[in-house]
Design a protein around this ligand. Structure first.
Ligand code: MN
Length: 277
């Protein structure tokens, strides 16, 4: 996934954002030490490197222009604490988070079956590991769970799923979205986020999409969503006037030898940044 930003730039990601924006600035790429062997506590692997990476992301974003849409290309979903921490210093008011993902990313070191940070990063942003918050220099949760909408899940671990059900977050599983249709859910999600937040982050883990549509991710998951569902959410959020940040994560170029899926992601990106923005 670390190869994703360079590959997506190569197939036009930077260009479509530039072309669809009134003003544009490119903050460049961040580089992190490669993790070859997992180290540290098996219930929170690679923690030391992750804390350093989170601080680096936060620092890079702390000078972002609050009047522009900030587009972050991952890497994996675990960029989120860095994004919220950095932009939280710069933007006024409370953040909201609309999280599109097949997975919960809501484990903690107490519930994780693997110690994989990517499966815990949303819970970390929500402040469920106070020691992590202290390590990155934050006194409180980076986003309140009351302002989180989790959309499109279909592969939750049991304890993680229970924690999500008990949380005040909005939880819309893929099965419910298919029953109700995305148009009405999108309006509800946008209303939820804009009522509870002053600025909203749309976070797209590409495995939100059905694995047949988007197999170039690390954890492709069937029974997923369509590209038009991403567009419906993006449009509803744009109409709310509070969408300030877009994260696009989890593309794995090594699973995309022809570049076909990279081009598809650039097209999705173009749609999100262009229409009605
Ligand atoms: Mn995922």
């Amino acid at each position: 996934m670390g190869l994703s930003p360079a590959r997506l730039r190569k197939v036009g990601a930077t260009e479509v954002v530039r072309r669809n924006s009134k003003s544009f600035a490119d903050a460049g790429d961040l580089h992190f030490p490669q993790i070859v062997v997992d180290t540290g506590n098996p219930s929170f692997r690679n923690r030391r490197k992750y804390v350093a990476a989170t601080k680096k992301i936060a620092k890079a974003l702390a000078s972002a222009d609050p009047d522009m849409l900030v587009v972050n290309i991952g890497g994996e979903c675990s960029l989120i604490p860095g994004v919220l921490s950095g932009l939280g210093r710069r933007f006024n008011g409370k953040p909201g988070l609309v999280w599109l993902d097949a997975h919960g990313d809501f484990n903690t070191s107490q519930t994780t079956p693997s110690g994989y940070i990517g499966g815990m990063c949303l819970a970390l942003a929500c402040g469920r590991e106070s020691s992590f918050l202290r390590q990155i220099g934050s006194e409180k949760a980076l986003v309140s769970e009351e302002a989180v909408a989790h959309i499109g899940s279909r592969a939750l671990d049991p304890a993680e799923g229970r924690a999500m059900m008990d949380s005040p977050m909005m939880l819309k599983k893929a099965s419910a979205l298919k029953r109700r249709g995305m148009e009405s859910v999108a309006a509800e999600v946008a209303r939820f986020a804009s009522e509870r937040a002053d600025w909203v982050v749309m976070h797209l883990d590409l495995d939100f999409l059905d694995s047949a549509l988007m197999p170039a991710v690390n954890f492709p998951t069937p029974a997923g969503m369509e590209v038009s569902d991403v567009g419906a959410i993006a449009n509803a959020l744009k109409e709310s006037g509070k969408l300030r940040v877009l994260n696009v994560t989890a593309y794995d170029p090594t699973k995309d030898p022809t570049g076909r899926y990279g081009r598809m992601i650039v097209k999705i990106l173009a749609e999100i940044v262009s229409a009605r923005w």
